[in-house]
Design a protein. Structure first.
Length: 103
């Protein structure tokens, strides 16, 4: 029970959305577009990471919170990482975290 609670709290912490404190609507739109330029998706046997307009550093975690791999992706490029079936958490710097399912 204790382990399940810890895992749940870890997942909620890593998957928490970025909260914007910007008062100006224009600044808020700029911040959201900057955050949205990098993406992470799961696929069949792979995790796809895309950097968008800027170089990006992604951390890939197991569902238990163990850091599995750190991946650097150059601007305007995409990388496919081989991974076994399962659930992963991908974190893009301090900007966002996403749950990814590899089938």
């Amino acid at each position: 029970m204790k382990r399940t609670l810890i895992i749940g709290l870890l997942c909620m912490t890593l998957a928490a959305p970025v909260v914007s404190t910007a008062v100006d609507a224009k600044a808020d739109r700029i911040e959201q577009s900057h955050v949205a330029d990098a993406t992470a998706q799961g696929g069949v046997g792979r995790i796809y990471l895309s950097a968008g307009n800027n170089d990006a550093v992604f951390n890939i975690y197991s569902i238990t919170g163990q850091l599995l791999r750190t991946v650097r992706v150059a601007a305007d490029s995409q990388v496919a990482i081989d991974a076994p079936k399962g659930f992963y958490i991908v974190r893009y710097g301090n900007q966002w975290s996403r749950k990814v399912v590899v089938r």
